[in-house]
Write a protein that binds this ligand. Sequence first.
Ligand code: FAD
Length: 446
Amino acid sequence: MTDAMEFECDVVVIGAGMAGLTVASRLAKCGASVVVLEKSTEIGGTARGSGGYVWTLPDAQIMSRQAASGDPKLQDVIFEEFEALVDWMRALGTQVEGPHAVMSGRGYHVDIIGYLDRCHRAIVSNGGNILRNSRVQGLLTNAGGAVCGAVVVDDADEQVAIRASWIILATGGFTADPGLTEEFIGRRDVPMRVRASKNNVGDGLVLARSVGATTATSSGFYGHMVGTSIPLDDLETMRTYGLYHSDHALLLGRDGFRFVDESLGDHMSVQSDYFVTEGAAALVWDERINRDVVTKPWIQGSPGEDRFAIAREAGARTVKAANLDDLASGLDEWGFDGSRAAETVRKFNSDMESGGIPEPERRHHRSPLAEPPYYVIEVSPAITFPYGGLRVDEHSRVLDARGAPIGGLLAVGSDVGGIMGPDYTGGLCTAGSFAIRAARTVAAGS
Ligand SMILES: Cc1cc2nc3c(=O)[nH]c(=O)nc-3n(C[C@H](O)[C@H](O)[C@H](O)COP(=O)(O)OP(=O)(O)OC[C@H]3O[C@@H](n4cnc5c(N)ncnc54)[C@H](O)[C@@H]3O)c2cc1C
């Protein structure tokens, strides 16, 4: 450490994605001296490849029911800061449309790349720095145990000690780290695919643990189903592979049976225990669903796309079957129990026609799949971010094992755990709201 160059600033933000750029731009504009450390050569993180829907569930009551594993005090932060976040986006000149219905809530469609770039400009034009390609080696603490800086290796391989009153962790969670994924989400026979920036490997969590932080454990995660053989290397194209309409379809396991109430949403089905051991399932829908749902925009403002054709072209295993016997043969070839699968569809259809209750239950979209041809894609779950992560309070302060704030240390975005689960409260909105709250905490100096 004696050889390291040293300099000082007010705030160091680690991670230049949705949460990091939001808090850094806000603070820089308020006059704080800010340094943003980004591991990658590019800023924007997973947010850069997102759809730009800044939304959340309609109200606190619905949130506490649907995301009952989350801490209501943290969920309140989303509602308290949501409008301030949207105002901030507009204040920077970002194009914002809405509000309108998004998934099971309400929100705005934002030019997200424009927003991230505007944050970048706001940071730099107000005297802040964004250091790309930087590797944070550790946090500095003072005699009282408060965090007071970070040691970084910059892109010229120089070690630099940056002293600061505040360190804000915004590294996007541990999505792409198999060890942390196993610790929080559990061991899987088939590793889960990553639908996010591959840089998000839990660095914030590891840094915070090194100074005594505790975590909010949750085995839940946000993600979507994708065609099993589709490569997920490119953030730009990830969005087009989502099979968001799976709530209208049937999911069949290798044994040919249903295993989840698909109608609760694609983001809920991906968390099913079935995938822990089996890894893949067959998603089945008929011509009616294809015509009326799959090829239509799934959210106001999104493009209507032929998701079956996109998946097939990208390398997913697909079958277009003229009838249920052909569906059975196609699934047999994949090693599924095709006859049982066809029987499951027939039984589901007769339950829907007679008003019966299938097992598992089907709460919504209770129509038979009765209009051939049948469309089948082999799918597997892909994680965007975990629901577990650092335990923080409603000021975004990272907490230690006794529940006390660790001085000088805040966390935002997917580095924070204990907000969601089993339902999802919106990734951009949650990241942005906590970023706004963290900026207030810094401004208040508490
Ligand atoms: C295809 C797709 C579509 C999506 N669409 C939507 C949508 O429409 N609406 C919505 O609400 N959510 C959406 N999301 C989710 C949303 O993008 C995330 O919830 C959000 O980006 C999380 O913000 P974050 O700041 O926590 O992480 P990120 O945006 O991923 O930023 C984390 C940053 O930290 C950097 N980093 C990691 N480790 C380090 C380190 N050690 N040092 C320095 N930097 C580090 C990373 O490189 C990255 O730049 C989508 C996600 C995907 C994949």
